[in-house]
Every structure is written in C-alpha cells, then in structure tokens.
Ligand binder design. Structure first.
Ligand SMILES: [Zn+2]
Length: 295
C-alpha cells in the first residue's frame, strides 16, 4: 500500500541518516502515552527485527498496541504475539475483504474459536474493499455479514475496513448495528458525509498517516476537528502507509509503530490541540473501546 517511490539520492540526503533504521529516542524525555490500534505486526516485513520494532515503539511512547488479524492464519499469529507481551500487545481476529473467499464454514468456526480468546479485543478486520476487488463483491458481503454476527455473539467490538464501498458498507452496518456493542472504522480516509454517517452510528474513527499525505490526505485535516475526542483513535497500519512527510524516511519505506507519535502530532495540529491532550484522549478512548488495562 505504500505508493511512495524512492527519491533520487542527493548530496543533501547523504549527510542525513537516510537508509538507516530510526534511532532510539531517549526514554528519559517521557513522551505522552499513545496506543497504536491498528498495526499488522505479524507481517513478514517485521520478521527480522520485530523485537527492535517494539522497543522503538515503546521509546516513542506507544504503551500498547492492537495487532490486526486479517486472515485465520494471521489472527492466530496476532494472538501468539499478544501472548508474548501480556497487557502490552492485543489482537483482533478477522478475515479482511481481500481474503473473503477463504471464509468457508470451517474457517468461520476456526475464526470464532480464535476470536473468543481473551487477548482478542475485537472481531475483524472485516468489511468491504471495492478498490482492489480481490474477492468478488457478493462474497465480500457474505463474509462481512458473518463476521458482524460473530462480533455480536461474542459481545466484542468490531474492527472495520472500508474502501470505495461506502454505501453497501453502511447498509450492512445499519442492518447489524442494533446487535453490535461498538466498533471502529479503521484507517478512515473518506468524506465528511461518510464521517458523519459513522459517527451517527456511534462508531469510533481510526486515523492513520494518510493524513500526512498532502496529495490525497489533505481533506482529512479539517475533518478530524469534527471527531469527538472520546471517539478518535490513532493507528499506523504499519508496515503500510509510511507517513509521506516523514524525514528522513527509512530506506525500506516500511512503516512501524514508533511513527505513531509523528501521526499524533499531525492530528493534534489539525485539531488545534496539544499532543498531550490528543494522546490523553485517544489513549483513554482506545482503552474504553477495547477494554485495555491501564499501564
Ligand atoms: Zn484495513
């Protein structure tokens, strides 16, 4: 999902740490606590240095993370990671619309078993993605219905994904809303009209580094002011969506949870509030939605 291309090396770039892993921030400067509510930490791009990625996130003030499960196998991996750091890492269990064709009856029972685990704080990610259409739309819709029913049965919030499918997505959500306890529309990149509809249904809104992209995310700057503080959550969606205005950028172009502080700063600026205020409200909102302990 990273659309950024690697810029040509210039003399100026040679003098900075371009291409090196981000330096550790001194923990002594005590950054405001943040929670990354959408991190694909099981992704194989983290296989070589997952421990260091977690440490850099902690040093940048990320006190807890919710690891996205986007397939049955990926959800299992997310749970295993969450078990390795109890109280710090949590998981979701779901099947992304890209993988909707994989959600057979057997897969659905396996998913339900995973979603019951105490480390799993939400059902999903699930929803509709008509941008890529990797699974046929009717199959995506069926998989979405089944996972909303699962979330309702387990009394867990739902972690929602929507791209280029707003009207079908909204219609299905409206059908199930009465039985769902809560949910978040993760990686919100839509219009004011879409935002209003999700807020009206009582959902939380997840904001990523998309907002840092002046080409396609600038419309979000005025919109984030309309999200009540107790409904706004922050996420990196790493390794995807490296904030476009991050300097220097890692040579890998891989996003990671340590960059949540950069995203939080952009969102706070757009809302006309301090980073501390946003950190406090978004952390409290994430804990309330997912039932996370205070650390
Ligand atoms: Zn997503």
């Amino acid at each position: 999902m990273t659309n950024d291309t690697i810029p040509p090396r210039s003399a100026a770039l040679l003098t900075v740490a371009e291409g090196e892993e981000p330096a550790r921030v001194s923990p002594s400067h005590n950054p405001a606590p943040l929670i990354d509510i959408g991190i694909n930490l099981g992704h194989d791009s983290y296989d070589g240095d997952r421990g260091a990625v977690i440490t850099r996130a902690e040093d940048a003030g990320v006190v807890q993370m919710v690891i996205t499960g986007a397939s049955v196998e990926g959800s299992q991996k997310a749970i295993e990671l969450a078990r390795s750091r109890p109280g710090k890492l949590f998981a979701t269990a779901g099947v992304h619309p890209h993988h909707a064709t994989e959600l057979t009856a057997d897969a659905l029972s396996a998913l339900e078993e995973l979603a019951r685990q105490p480390e799993v704080v939400a059902a999903g990610e699930c929803g509709l993605d008509y941008f890529r259409d990797f699974s046929p739309r009717p199959v995506q819709q069926t998989a979405f219905h089944r996972q909303l029913e699962l979330a309702a049965r387990l009394r867990k919030p739902v972690f929602l994904h929507q791209r280029d499918a707003h009207s079908d997505f909204l219609a299905i959500l409206r059908e199930h809303r009465h039985s769902l306890i809560a949910g978040v529309t993760h990686c919100f990149t839509g219009t004011g009209h879409e935002l209003e509809a999700y807020l009206e249904l009582g959902f939380h809104i997840g904001i990523t580094g998309w907002i840092c992209d002046e080409r396609r995310g600038a419309h979000l700057l005025p919109l984030v002011r309309h999200i009540p503080g107790d409904r706004l959550l922050l996420e990196t969606d790493g390794p995807y969506l490296l904030p476009r205005d991050l300097h220097p950028k890692p040579a890998s172009r891989r996003n990671e949870p340590a960059y949540l502080a950069h995203i939080a700063a952009a969102v706070a600026r757009a809302r006309g509030e301090t980073k501390e205020t946003l950190a406090h409200s978004s952390t409290a909102a994430a804990r309330a939605l997912f039932g996370l302990p205070s650390v």
